[in-house]
Write a protein that binds this ligand. Structure first.
Ligand SMILES: NC(=O)c1ccc[n+]([C@@H]2O[C@H](COP(=O)([O-])OP(=O)(O)OC[C@H]3O[C@@H](n4cnc5c(N)ncnc54)[C@H](OP(=O)(O)O)[C@@H]3O)[C@@H](O)[C@H]2O)c1
Length: 322
């Protein structure tokens, strides 16, 4: 007998509250090397918005189910696992396919929503800070949009690595969140230029590592407060403008602009993802990191929740449960 499920599907590109349709569709059948999972929690990410608008590097054929990370229960074994859906999207549904080689076990003590939130943004943060920026204990890390999903993970991971953390965020409430997350200093970058405070805090030296998911004007200003031998990690462009990186400036100030595309490690170095998952599980068990899940909502609320993410209204991670 055919099994059906509820799923959000995109039939035309646009905004989440405009184009997402909640439909009854057939539960997918696993292909070779795939497992069918019942979705227990799916976390929202900014790339969902880009994908739904057709502005992401991955452009799925229409119609498609968005959602790039989930906690699932493997139907055959009952095991709880975390990861991305098999195609890289498809989590906003009651069931999803995952590649057998790309599911990671969820420690027993970890709730579903925290597990879903511990994957993409923390993997990105860990690889960005340790692998790409070669962060050393005692260095100063500036994390932009620190109260967001990617930013909140980076604050915790940088602190866990023994860094001093300065965060930026839009508005006093988000600044308070950054401090609660463990940032040593936080600047409301909508109210004041962050360059002056970063220089003051670092005695004029600037930040050793700048973790930038915003881009545009925030990237331009970051170049003014990067330290000698500093690394600016280009994580994303939520601000909407892709800034240019003048090579003469990198030479004169002796810093690096480092690109980060975590998803490429899925094909280039899959073993790294497993190693990072083990390390994240260890840091979670030790109490050094804990995803900030600000809202856990029913799957039916996906369009409104995604729209709030696009309006800059969300804190940490928002998770959907079918
Ligand atoms: N490179 C990679 O491998 C990788 C992996 C995952 C995600 N990313 C990228 O990381 C970025 C953050 O993703 P996320 O899911 O964690 O999102 P998020 O941080 O939860 O939300 C985006 C944040 O960006 C800030 N922002 C600044 N200008 C904005 C604007 N004009 N519109 C909306 N937000 C604005 C907002 O914080 P304030 O209000 O505090 O400014 C907002 O909270 C995205 O660009 C995403 O594509 C990259």
């Amino acid at each position: 007998m055919m099994m059906t499920m509820k799923a959000w599907r995109v039939h035309e590109l646009g905004t989440p509250d405009g184009v997402l349709r909640f439909e009854d569709i057939e539960v997918p059948t696993p292909g070779d090397g795939q497992v069918l999972v019942r979705v227990r929690a799916a976390a929202l990410n900014f790339p969902d918005l880009l994908m739904i608008a057709g502005k992401y590097q991955v452009r799925p054929p229409l119609p498609f189910i968005p959602g790039v990370e989930l906690t699932g229960e493997v139907l055959e074994t009952g095991q709880r696992v975390v990861g991305s859906p098999a195609d890289g999207f498809g989590a906003f549904a009651e069931y999803a396919l995952m590649d057998e080689a790309e599911v990671w076990p969820v420690p027993d003590a970890m709730p579903d929503d925290e597990a879903a939130a511990l994957f993409l943004t923390y993997q990105t943060g860990y690889v960005g800070l340790h692998r790409r920026a070669r962060l050393q204990a005692g260095e100063v890390v500036l994390v932009h949009a620190g109260a967001g999903g990617v930013g909140s993970a980076a604050i915790q991971l940088a602190k866990a690595a023994g860094a001093t953390v300065i965060a930026t965020a839009g508005g006093p409430d988000k600044v308070a969140v950054c401090l609660q997350l463990g940032a040593d200093h936080a600047v409301d970058y909508l109210a004041e230029d962050f360059v002056g405070p970063v220089k003051e805090i670092t005695g004029g030296r600037g930040a050793d590592v700048i973790y930038d998911p915003v881009g545009g004007d925030v990237f331009d200003a970051s170049r003014k407060c990067i330290a000698f031998e500093g690394r600016i990690v280009v994580v994303g462009f939520t601000g909407g403008r892709i800034a240019d990186a003048p090579t003469n400036h990198a030479l004169v100030k002796n810093y690096s602009v480092v690109g980060l595309h975590w998803g490429l490690y899925r094909t280039h170095e899959p073993a790294l993802i497993s190693d990072v998952h083990d390390e994240l599980s260890r840091l979670y068990a030790a109490g050094s990191i804990k995803p900030l899940v600000s809202q856990t909502l029913p799957l039916a609320d996906a369009p409104q929740a995604l729209a709030a993410l696009g309006r800059r209204e969300t804190i940490g991670k928002v998770v959907l449960t079918p």
